[in-house]
Design a protein around this ligand. Structure first.
Ligand code: NDP
Length: 384
C-alpha cells in the first residue's frame, strides 16, 4: 500500500487521478486531499477515500467543511498555511494539481520533505524556475512530470543521456481556435475558448490552450525539467494530439510517445513509475486516426509562444511576471471583462514595463514578484 496526497483533488487532473486510485483502492492510503472552495465535493471525496485530512485554501469555507465531515475522524483545515502543512506530511507520492501560482507554496512544502512529486501545476514551476529546481536538488526530491508533453519527453529520455539530445519537440494541438482569423479571435467568447477539441480540462488551462500560452508555459517548464538549452526546444502544431512530444538525438533518431488524449495516461505513468499500471483508456487506434499532421505555430495570430520564449530568454523576473499577468488576464477574459485577444496584449504590456530584475532566489521573492505583477495587471485591465 502506498500513501498519496492530492493537491487540487476537485479539479480535472484531481478527478482523473482519483479515478485511477478507484481501480484498486487497496493499493492506496490517502493522506491529504485539498481544494480551494469546493467544500461539498472535497468532503465527499475525503469520505470516499477515507483521507486523513481535507484542506480548503479559502478560510471562509472551514465551517462548511467541518459540517460536511462531521461524524468522521477526518481532520478539516483551511488557509494557505494549512495547505502547506498538509503538503509537508510525509507520503510516497504527492500529485500537485492546483491551478496557478497558488499551488507554489504547497509544492515547495512537498519538495522540502524530499518526496516524489507528480507535477501538473506548471505555473508553479514557470514562476519559481531555478528556486524550485534548486530545492529539488537540495532536498533530494523527485519531480515526475504529469503534463502530457513533459511526461512524453520524460519517457523518451529514459535510458539516454541528456547530452545526446539534439531537439526536444513539444507538440501542440493548436486549441479550438486554430483556424480563426485575427478578426474572429477578437470576438471569441469564453464558451468557445474552453471548448477544446481533444482534451477535457479546467477552464484556465483550456483558455491557455486557446491562446497557445499553454505551450509557452510548457516551453519554460521543459527548459527547467530537461536542461538541453532554450535553443533546442521547439514547438510543432499537431492537431490530432496523438504524439505527445518527441526527442531527437544526435544520431538522427527521434523517439516519440503516443497515446490517447486522456490525462489518465500520463498520470498513471507517474503513479506507477518506474513501473506501469492499467488505465481504463481505450487503446490508441492509429487506423481510425488515419493521418497525423504537423504545422509550424503561427505567432502572428497566437503571439503567446513568442512572449513565453522571450521571457525565458530574458530570465530574471520575466517568467514569473508572464505567468502572473496571464493568470489575471485569463480570469478577466473568463469573467467577460476583456476580449480574448487582449490576454496576450496585456501580458506583453506588463512584460514591457517590467524591469528585468535578477531572478528571484527564494520562495518569498517569487511570491512577492507574482503578487506585484498581478496587482499591476489588474490595474492595467481596470484602467482600460
Ligand atoms: P481545475 O481548475 O480543474 O482544478 C484546479 C484545482 O485547484 C481544484 O481542486 C481547485 O479547487 C484548486 N484550486 C483552485 N484555486 C486554488 C487556490 N487558490 N488555492 C488552492 N487550490 C486551488 O484545473 P486542472 O485540473 O485543469 O489543472 C490543474 C493544473 O494541472 C494546472 O496547473 C494545469 O495547467 C495543469 N494541467 C492540467 C491538465 C488537464 O488536463 N486539466 C493537463 C496538464 C496540466 P476548487 O474546486 O475548490 O476550485
Amino acid at each position: 500500500m502506498r500513501s498519496i496526497t492530492l493537491l487540487g483533488a476537485t479539479g480535472s487532473v484531481g478527478t482523473s487521478t482519483l479515478d485511477l486510485l478507484r481501480q484498486d483502492r487497496s493499493a492506496w492510503r490517502v493522506e491529504a486531499l485539498t481544494a480551494n472552495s469546493s467544500v461539498i465535493e472535497l468532503a465527499a471525496l475525503a469520505r470516499e477515500f477515507d483521507a486523513r485530512i481535507a484542506v480548503v485554501a479559502d478560510e471562509s469555507c472551514l465551517p462548511a467543511l467541518r459540517d460536511a465531515l462531521s461524524g468522521t475522524s477526518i481532520e478539516a483545515a483551511a488557509g494557505p498555511r494549512a495547505l502547506n502543512e498538509a503538503a509537508a506530511r510525509p507520503v510516497d507520492i504527492t500529485v500537485a494539481a492546483i491551478v496557478g501560482c497558488a499551488g507554489l507554496g504547497p509544492v515547495m512544502a512537498a519538495i522540502e520533505q524530499g518526496g516524489t512529486i507528480a507535477l501538473a501545476n506548471k505555473e508553479a514551476l514557470v514562476s519559481a524556475g531555478e528556486v524550485m529546481t534548486a530545492a529539488v536538488a537540495k532536498h533530494g526530491a523527485t519531480l515526475l512530470p504529469v503534463d502530457s508533453e513533459h511526461n512524453a519527453i520524460f519517457q523518451c529520455l529514459a535510458g539516454n543521456a541528456i547530452e545526446d539530445v539534439r531537439w526536444i519537440t513539444l507538440t501542440a494541438s493548436g486549441g479550438p481556435l486554430r483556424g480563426f482569423s485575427v478578426a474572429e479571435l477578437a470576438r471569441v467568447t469564453p464558451a468557445q475558448a474552453v471548448a477544446h477539441p481533444n482534451w477535457s480540462m479546467g477552464a484556465k488551462i483550456s483558455v491557455d490552450s486557446a491562446t497557445m500560452m499553454n505551450k509557452g508555459l510548457e516551453f519554460i517548464e521543459a527548459h527547467h525539467l530537461f536542461p538541453v538549452g532554450l535553443d533546442r526546444i521547439r514547438i510543432v502544431v499537431h492537431p490530432q494530439s496523438v504524439i505527445h512530444s518527441m526527442v531527437e538525438y544526435r544520431d538522427g533518431s527521434t523517439l516519440a510517445q503516443l497515446g490517447p488524449s486522456d490525462m489518465k495516461v500520463p498520470i498513471a505513468s507517474c503513479l506507477a513509475w518506474p513501473r506501469r499500471m492499467d488505465t481504463p483508456c481505450d487503446p490508441l487506434d492509429l487506423v481510425a486516426h488515419g493521418e497525423l499532421t504537423f504545422f509550424a505555430p503561427d505567432e502572428q495570430r497566437f503571439p503567446a509562444t513568442r512572449l513565453a520564449r522571450e521571457a525565458a530568454h530574458a530570465g530574471g523576473a520575466a517568467p514569473a511576471v508572464l505567468n502572473a499577468a496571464n493568470e489575471i488576464a485569463v480570469a478577466a477574459f473568463l469573467d467577460g471583462q476583456i476580449p480574448f485577444t487582449r490576454i496576450a496584449v496585456s501580458v506583453e504590456e506588463i512584460l514591457n514595463e517590467t524591469a528585468i530584475a535578477q531572478a528571484p532566489t527564494s520562495l518569498n521573492e517569487v511570491q512577492a514578484l507574482d503578487g506585484e505583477a498581478r496587482a499591476r495587471t489588474s490595474a492595467l485591465l481596470e484602467s482600460a
